[in-house]
Structure formats: C-alpha cells, structure tokens
Design a binder for this molecule. Structure first.
Ligand code: NIG
Ligand code: FE
Length: 412
C-alpha cells in the first residue's frame, strides 16, 4: 500500500511525548530526539514517526537530510487582532517613560483601543491575517488569539468574529479568548462599573470565545476584581486565564492556581509562595520573555524556580503592538534560552506539547494518530534553533499532510 507522504533521512526528529496533562518540573527536560528518523503520513495523520525505516512506500517522498523535523509550534498567548501600531512610543521610552506611565497618560493599550475601534472589520481582518500568516511561516500552526482592544460590546465582538473567521479561512487550530477587562476605557465611570459591564457581556461572547482572561495589574484590575471576574466566567462555562504579576507582584499566580485557571501568564514578579503552589497544580505558567526583553526589564520570570517547584511551563510570544512587537516564536525561544536559562529540550516542550495544554488544543506532538502538522527546519540539530536567533529557520510547514510553506531560498 502506498501512503501519502514519507519524510526520510531526517537528521534529528523531535518527538515530544503525548500526555493528558502538561509536562511538569524535570519532565520538561525529557524529549525524544531521534538521529536518522522517518515520518510517514496518510490522510492528514501520522502513521509512523521514529527511527529510519524502509518499510513504507509513499506517493511523495521528502528528503530531510541535514534537517530537523518537529511538530508545528503552538503560540499560546497572542493579541493577534488590533488596529494601528505604536512606534511613537519608542521615543517616550527613550525619555524614560515606563509602560504603566504611558498607559496612565492615555497611551499604550488605550491608544490601540482607539485604533481598533476606528478600523473596519475588513481592515482589522487583513492586518491580523498578515500577522497570522507570518506566524505560520515561522512554524506555528496553533494559535491563541485575544480580544481586549475593543473594551465595549461592539468592538470586542468584532475582534472575536475576526479571530473565528481567520481560523476557518486557513483551517488553523485556534483558540479565542475574551479579554474584555484588559484596561479601563476613558468613558468608564469606574473600574468596578466597567468590570461589571464586561461580566455582563460573558453570555454574549460565549459562542465566539473559549477562554476568559483579565489583566490583573496595578492601575488596571485588582486581585479581588480578577477573582470576581474569573468566578463569573467559570459560572458561564469558560475556562479562565489571567495576565498575572507582569509588573507588580499582586498575587495573580496564586489566584490562578486557586481558581484552577488553565494558564497564568507573564509571572515575572510572582512570589516564592505562589511559585511553590505550582507543585500541586496543572495550571500552566505561560512565560513571555519577549515581553520582558521588549520592556527593557532586567529581571525575567523565574522559570528555573518554577521548574524546581515542579511547575508546568510554556513559552509564547505575547505578540501585541505595545509590550512585545514580534510574532516570531523562534526569536522568543532564543530569549528563553538566554534569559530564562532553559535547556533546548525544555524550550521545545514549552512551545509544543505544553503550549498546547495551556490552550487546550490537540497539537504539539507528531506521534501515530496525531494530525500531521509538521515543520522541517533548515538546521543541523535541535539545539540550533534557539541558538541562531532572530532569523527564520523554517524550510517547510506541513499542515494535515500538505506542504503549505516551502521557503526555497533562491532569488528572483
Ligand atoms: O500581555 N499586559 C497587558 N497586555 C499586553 C500588552 C498589550 C499592549 O500593550 O497593547 C501584554 O503585555
Ligand atoms: Fe498579553
């Protein structure tokens, strides 16, 4: 019998483990890397992935000599859909203004809210589509996408509709997150009143969003407000997420664990006590070191400490127009290696299987029976990708067994 596709002579085949919960602590450093591997695909699914074999025949054979093959990556935290851009903030930063100072003076998130409200649905769709396809070209086939730049019913729904339309148009694995409480808009009478407005919106966004998220931070939403929102969202059947301890140590990680959030994201300033609670939790700590880099902070999330506490961690871009302006997850893998002191094995698990757990998708592994969502890397080994930073090492992206990106570097 002839199968659809064989990828043969793979120099290194990266096989994260299929698990029904996120990998935790020391498990993150366990990764099967096969020298001289073979992958067999039929009908969009993996039939075989393992050591070299000639037992299979196929209609198409791709030679992956001197190449690395891995599951397609998962970007578990993005603000994909937004209007405008904020390059003018670079000058404010040069003058020494902090992220929260820019937000307080009506800039930052609030200026993107303005641009997002003003953009038509088609304009926003086209902008997000370009960003999403750039991610795909960088090896990502599963993406979480948040609203949070509408801050009113009409514009939050507009963002979520676009997110759903994008997933459908490209058959991508996507999860959509309602982040209504992302900032307090100018027209709000009080934080509490605005939060209630967003809570009241939950039933309406239910058909368009999988998760509910909130920005718990000084000057934005408090721990008590975050808890109120998370409990209201859970009562409506949402799984919950939180932007926690990004700048100030408010205790968002502890709250997320108590509320059994699917993930707690950022965690740069989380307390020792909260990190220790990761031991008995499957809440995934989604670390966003590209944001710490972009905000110019000295101290990064304590990834090593979280792993020592047997925590589950994932790595994502946080792609957004203010605090992390990159949709290149490979770049963030390099920052994770340098600044979070993670090993290559830990990083590959953190952008595949654990990232998939953080957004509740079946992705990040290429074991028999899995969807054949695969990347062929122009790299000699798996340590190379986080090492050679800032450029795209993808050679081919294969979606459900079909080559959808082929970066043949010839010149026109
Ligand atoms: O995850 N921290 C809150 N939200 C985003 C930034 C959004 C923005 O600056 O536009 C983040 O960093
Ligand atoms: Fe974010």
């Amino acid at each position: 019998m002839a199968y659809d596709l064989i990828i043969q002579n793979i120099k290194e085949l990266i096989l994260p483990k299929s698990v029904d919960r996120p990998l935790k602590g020391k498990e993150l450093d366990e990764l099967t890397v096969i020298q001289n591997g073979t992958v067999v695909v039929d009908d969009g699914k993996i039939v075989y992935s393992g050591p070299y074999t000639e037992d299979y025949e196929a209609k198409e054979v791709i030679d992956a000599s001197n190449r690395v093959v891995s599951p397609a990556l998962v970007d578990a935290h993005t603000h994909l859909i937004h209007g405008g851009s904020r390059e003018h903030e670079m000058a404010l930063k040069r003058q020494g203004k902090s992220y929260l100072e820019i937000l307080e003076s009506g800039g930052g998130i609030l200026s993107t809210v303005e641009a997002t409200r003003q953009a038509t649905e088609d304009e926003l769709f086209a902008k997000a589509e370009h960003a999403l396809l750039t991610m795909v070209h960088h090896g990502v086939l599963a993406v979480e996408s948040k609203s949070g730049y509408g801050l009113d019913k009409e514009n939050e729904l507009k963002q979520l509709r676009i997110s759903n339309r994008l997933a459908e148009k490209y058959g991508l694995t996507m999860r959509h997150t309602f982040l209504g409480p992302h900032a307090v808009p100018k027209e709000a009478t009080s934080n509490a009143a605005f939060l209630q407005e967003m809570i009241d919106l939950l039933p309406e966004v239910k058909g368009l969003a999988d998760f509910a998220d909130i920005f718990c931070e000084t000057g934005v939403f408090t721990i008590e407000e975050s808890q109120r929102y998370m409990e209201a969202a859970k009562a409506q059947g949402f799984k919950v997420k939180i932007h926690a301890d990004e700048i100030d140590p408010l205790g968002g990680l502890g709250l997320a664990i108590d509320e059994e959030a699917i993930s707690a994201d950022h965690l740069v300033a989380s307390s020792e006590e909260d990190k220790a609670k990761l031991n008995h939790s499957n809440t995934v700590a989604v670390l966003l070191p590209g944001t710490t880099f972009y905000l110019g902070k000295e101290s990064y999330a304590d990834a090593r400490g979280m792993l020592d506490h047997n925590g589950a961690i994932a790595i994502a871009t946080d792609y957004n127009p203010g605090s992390c302006v990159t949709n290149n997850l490979q770049m963030v893998m390099a920052i994770a290696a340098l600044k979070l002191k993670l090993s290559p094995n830990e990083i590959w698990n953190a952008v595949t299987v654990n990232a998939a757990k953080a957004i509740d998708v079946d992705a990040g592994t290429i074991n028999p029976g899995d969807q054949a969502n695969i990347v062929i890397w122009h790299a000699p080994n798996h340590e190379y990708v986080p090492y050679h930073y800032g450029v795209n090492h993808v050679e081919k992206v294969i979606q459900k067994g079909r080559v959808i990106v082929d970066r043949h570097l010839g010149l026109l």
